[in-house]
Design a protein around this ligand. Structure first.
Ligand code: PMP
Length: 457
């Protein structure tokens, strides 16, 4: 007690954090001392010293309805009192209601499998894809094709699908059967190619890989509608159309990872709705509960699910269990979260706010560090370069310096890309969909002041 009284609460918390807590993917030097969040409301987080920050990344792109929603706490609380748990080897009301609601949001006929995280939703998708192919007699189909720079999770299978090399170092060997192709990074397309032609070439790389591997060995393609964490890489419409066509032509399932793009982040219910494609499997997490509780889902086309009803060899059903997946309180909270998104028209608002931010930032294209400004709904990426002509990525020290200065002015933004490929140079903005007009103006004013201040020369 004597020692504690000499220190204030935050110093003590930092000490204990250093002693007991292992942080997520952040170099020790950058996460020590950590920002220790204490409370949050709307788009703003307050640390334990009382400093306020606008959370321009919605945590990890997930707090879609913003912080401080009492209705969500109430929904979970009431459900915990009624039925806190029952396994989904059988069923319960909140899971049934949420599965029905997700079908409505997807706008198509899907059956829903619940897990707790984006990684787990993708793991379930991989197992479903392999088993489905087996059960329709396609016994060699076990491979998956994903894109470089894409991210699909941290567990060994989802990490194998991930196309960012630096995340894999020291964890190999990973899971076999995952192949990668280049993403449609139109900003860095070869000279002389139109965006459309370049995108068609990128899609063709998927078909070439399928053909070279032997189509009869490929189970599925997995991709985000837009690569988000890998640097906001937005495909042209022709790319998505062609990918869908290629998958269908070769009997390959198309898994769309909506972990970030889902639940209004893209300005539509789901990211793939922007492209009018119909995935075979859709994975989702983050915005499903706005991250108030863990919950994820793997939505599977009805006719794929039908194949799992065949119990003729006793192994026909999906032999996959997730103890916590579809927890009743998480499902009840998710339902309320979706109601808030609907009642407050937050999907439409994401589109409006995204356009406002992208519009304001496109004026920065003349800045010597700004190579490209990209957006998809309420996801904005600003690619920083050291040289506009060669597009050489900006030094990491510059990227980190800008982020640190924004933070010192009360604005949290993100840094994304792939360190190994030298592209860790994309600043990202993904504030809550519920952000007020003043919040968005604060993001614009603060970021512009930083870039046009000490980083102008
Ligand atoms: N897919 C995508 C596109 C993601 O962005 C993430 C998380 N950032 C995941 C999957 C994995 O989600 P989780 O961290 O919940 O396992």
């Amino acid at each position: 007690i004597a020692v504690q009284s000499l220190e204030n609460e935050s110093e003590l918390a930092v000490k204990k954090d250093q002693q007991y807590l292992w942080h997520n993917i952040t170099p020790y030097s950058e996460s020590h001392p950590p920002m220790i969040a204490a409370t949050a409301n709307g788009s703003w987080v307050t640390d334990i010293d009382g400093n306020k920050f606008l959370d321009g990344m919605s945590g990890l792109w997930c707090v879609n309805v913003g912080y401080g929603r009492k209705e969500l706490a109430d929904a979970a609380y009431q459900q915990l009192l009624t039925l806190p748990y029952f396994p989904l080897t059988q069923s319960h009301r909140p899971a049934i209601a949420l599965a029905e609601k997700l079908n409505e949001w997807l706008g198509d006929d899907y059956v829903i499998f619940f897990s707790n995280s984006g990684s787990e939703a993708n793991e379930a998708a991989f197992k479903m894809a392999r088993q489905y192919q087996q059960q329709i007699g396609q016994h060699y189909r076990h491979k998956f094709i994903a894109r470089y720079r894409g991210y699909h999770g941290s567990s060994l299978g989802a990490l194998s699908a991930t196309g960012q090399a630096q995340r894999k170092y020291k964890y190999e060997p990973l899971t076999g059967g995952f192949l990668h192709v280049a993403p449609p990074d139109s900003y860095r397309r070869p000279d002389g190619l139109t965006v459309e032609t370049f995108n068609l070439q990128c899609a063709q790389a998927i078909e070439d890989t399928i053909v070279w591997e032997g189509a009869e060995t490929v189970a599925a393609v997995i991709m985000e509608p837009v690569i988000t964490g890998g640097g906001v890489i937005v495909p042209h419409q022709v790319y998505m159309d062609r990918v869908q066509e290629i998958c269908r032509k070769h009997g390959v399932l198309l898994i769309i990872d909506e972990v970030i793009c889902g639940f209004g982040r893209s300005g539509r219910n789901f990211g793939h709705h922007n492209f009018g494609i119909k995935p075979d499997i859709v994975t989702m997490a983050k915005g499903l509960t706005s991250a108030y509780l863990p919950l994820s889902a793997t939505a599977v086309r009805k006719d794929i699910y039908e194949v799992f009803k065949d119990n003729s060899d006793d192994y026909g059903y999906f032999r996959h269990v997730n103890t916590f997946g579809g927890n009743p309180a998480a499902c009840a909270l998710a339902l309320r979260n979706l109601e808030i998104l609907e009642q407050e028209h937050l999907v439409e608002r994401a589109e409006i706010l995204g356009q406002r931010l992208a519009g304001a930032f496109s004026g920065l294209r003349d800045h010597k560090l700004v190579g490209d400004v990209r957006s998809f709904g309420l996801v904005i990426g600003i690619e920083l370069v050291a040289d506009k002509a060669t597009k050489q990525p900006a030094d990491l020290a510059v990227v980190k310096g800008i982020i640190a200065e924004c933070k010192s002015k009360g604005l949290i933004i993100g840094k994304n890309g792939d360190t190994v490929a030298g592209f860790n140079n994309v600043l990202t903005f993904a504030p809550p969909l519920s952000s007020t007009d003043e919040d968005v103006q604060f993001i614009i004013d603060t970021f512009k002041a930083v870039l046009n201040g000490s980083w102008a020369e």
